[in-house]
Ligand binder design. Structure first.
Ligand code: ZN
Length: 111
């Protein structure tokens, strides 16, 4: 069974003890299942519903598009192409009538 290198000191002498990985060099212990969960991007819409790539979303307010005169009207639909970590503009969307753009998750709801 091969173990990953220590995420803290990059040691290759990590060993496994039940569900934990343990690094003998810096004494770091971690649970690979929890680490994976933290890595996953979780983005929620205005209602607190988890969003995923491929989800259809609807705007819940008019949004002015930065550096253009376009205003996306409330009710405009889009499809999430990619999710990104962050406080805003987490959704890389293809928006009906406007093309690809980054939307902020709190301004949409899952359709
Ligand atoms: Zn270590």
């Amino acid at each position: 069974m091969s173990c990953p290198p220590c995420p803290r000191c990059q040691s290759e002498f990590v060993y496994q003890d039940q569900s934990l990985f343990i690094c003998p060099e810096c004494a770091h212990e971690w649970n690979p299942a929890e680490a994976a969960a933290e890595d996953a991007v979780t983005v929620k819409d205005a209602n607190g519903t988890l969003l995923a790539e491929g989800d259809k979303v609807t705007l819940i307010k008019d949004l002015k598009v930065k550096s253009s005169s376009i205003v996306l009207k409330i009710g405009t639909k889009g499809v999430i192409k990619r999710l990104k970590e962050g406080k805003d503009h987490q959704l890389d969307c293809k928006v009906d009538g406007a093309g690809d753009m980054m939307l902020t998750a709190q301004f949409v709801k899952k359709a």
